[in-house]
Ligand binder design. Structure first.
Ligand code: FE
Length: 214
């Protein structure tokens, strides 16, 4: 894969919320430090593994779905009507993807996905959620003031665009269909897929411009 990790991801954001670590997170953390102390695993390896699923493997599935929708209008129609089936047709199935809903960005509507309760996320198409997605500030602020959250991600919406925030649940997981980049008519499906970032499928970013292909 020739895709660069998404440069718009918000790793510099101070959204991490260490005060709300739940029981499971605490247990995982102590198990992790035990395994590292004993020399069974290395932090570096863990980080690489997590990065792979957060930024590479996972979101590439979603990007393939989006690229297909961009080039095939009947597939897009199917995706918007029955995302679970349309995504399964590309063989992306599994836990946390049982009931998918795709929402399309247009010149008038921008969609953003959150899970206000916890961290529900469409694993089969996006992989593991980034840490900011699970953070309390993102989950609470995006509902109240989505524009300021977008500003934190360096995203400014064009004039006249309303924002719809979709709250995931244990039953329903959302996938944003970002707008196809301008002047991308000549691109192949795989070139198009390489323009689809993880954040653009959550709604905290746009697809990359054609010029980024070099
Ligand atoms: Fe959740």
């Amino acid at each position: 894969m020739d895709n660069e990790p998404d440069k718009t991801s918000a790793h510099s954001h101070s959204h991490h919320d260490h005060s709300h670590l739940d029981d499971t997170a605490l247990r995982v953390r102590s198990l992790q430090s035990l395994l590292i102390d004993k020399g069974y695993i290395q932090q570096e390896t863990l980080n690489t593994l997590i990065d792979t699923y957060e930024n590479k493997v996972g979101p590439r599935n979603g990007a393939a779905v989006i690229a297909r929708a961009w080039v095939d209008s009947s597939y897009k129609k199917w995706l918007l009507e029955d995302a679970t089936a349309a995504i399964a047709a590309l063989d992306f199935t599994g836990r946390q993807g049982e009931h998918m809903v795709a929402v399309e960005n247009t010149p008038t509507v921008h969609n953003i996905v959150v899970c206000t309760l916890c961290s529900c996320y469409p694993w089969p198409v996006l992989g593991l959620p980034p840490s900011w997605y699970k953070s309390a500030p993102y989950r609470s602020r995006v509902v109240i003031d989505p524009n300021s959250v977008l500003a934190d991600f360096g995203v400014t919406l064009p004039e006249g665009r309303s924002i719809t925030v979709w709250d995931s649940t244990a039953e329903v997981r959302y996938l944003v269909v970002p707008e196809r980049p301008a002047n991308s008519e000549h691109l192949s499906e795989s070139e198009l897929a390489s323009l689809v970032t993880r954040d653009s499928m959550i709604g905290t970013g746009f697809a990359k411009p054609v010029s980024s292909l070099t």
